[in-house]
Design a protein around this ligand. Structure first.
Ligand code: ADP
Ligand code: ADP
Length: 233
């Protein structure tokens, strides 16, 4: 079975009420359907405003869909929401840490949030995986932007989800850090994690993803193995 199955997904944001009570609302997803196969790196490529974040937020349970369905790792996001949410780790676009927490504490707090017993935690291992072991006890505010992004990835992996979802992981970062983050995503994928990422960089999709879906104005306009996509362009 696919890692994620999305069918006829529609999202209309609540609109601003007009003088007669009418409310048009923004149609951000216009009936999107696709499967994310297990084990790969799947790219959702599209320009700003295409609906990528909306899609991710629906999967994450942060935005309520208007209609359609999504099944994550066999769990329906409506009927088995808790399990569906636990099957994914989300790496958000914005970096949000308490500046006076250390990377180790960030991961331990997250483990606590998930109710993971102390003996079952793997904060040290995760710090190693994202190459932050030497920053274990540094205040988050002293970390570079790249270190913070890597910490966000570790935080998303605390509950050992089979699927990692990254929203624009390299937006606004320099070339060097971009390559580092690509390597990290590749390493996690090599360890068996199915990866889904959104991007508006064609190069990122080409370099990193084995399959790419293109979304534009809330509609899926292509969904192909990356090599076929490149042939097309
Ligand atoms: P819904 O109630 O449909 O789930 P949200 O709770 O996500 O919608 O958003 C509530 C309101 O916040 C929207 O109707 C909109 O006015 C405003 N809003 C929030 N983020 C944005 C954005 N990125 N673009 C436009 N409007 C936004
Ligand atoms: P992307 O991630 O591809 O840049 P988004 O999913 O953020 O696209 O946005 C898709 C469309 O939905 C845009 O037109 C955006 O302005 C609108 N939108 C996003 N969030 C909200 C919201 N909370 N309320 C109303 N409109 C929104």
């Amino acid at each position: 079975p696919p890692a994620i199955q999305i069918r006829d997904l529609v999202k209309r944001y609540a609109g601003v009420k007009g003088p007669n009570g009418e409310s048009e609302g923004k149609l951000a997803l216009k009936g999107v359907s696709f499967d994310v196969p297990q084990g790969g790196i799947f790219g959702l490529l599209g320009p700003n405003g295409a609906g990528k974040s909306t899609l991710i937020n629906v999967l994450a349970g942060l935005v309520n869909k208007t209609s359609g369905s999504a099944i994550i790792w066999g769990f329906d996001i409506d009927e088995q929401r808790r399990n569906a949410k636990r099957a994914i780790g989300i790496v958000p676009q914005e970096i949000v840490f308490d500046p006076f927490f250390t990377p180790f504490e960030v991961l331990e707090n997250q483990a606590g949030f998930y109710g993971i017993a102390k003996s079952m935690r793997r904060s040290e291992k995760l710090l190693q995986a994202v190459h932050l072991a030497d920053k274990r006890d540094a205040y988050a505010r002293t970390l570079s932007g790249g270190m913070k992004r890597r910490l966000l990835i570790a935080k998303a992996m605390v509950h050992s989800p089979p699927i990692l979802v990254l929203d624009e992981p390299t937006a606004g970062v320099d070339v060097e850090l971009r390559r580092l983050l690509w390597e990290l995503v590749q390493e996690l994928n090599d360890d068996g994690v199915t990866v889904v990422l959104t991007t508006h960089y064609l190069e990122e999709a080409e370099q990193l993803c084995d399959r790419v879906a293109i979304i534009n104005y809330g509609e899926l306009i292509a969904n192909k193995p990356t090599r076929e996509m490149v042939d097309m362009a």
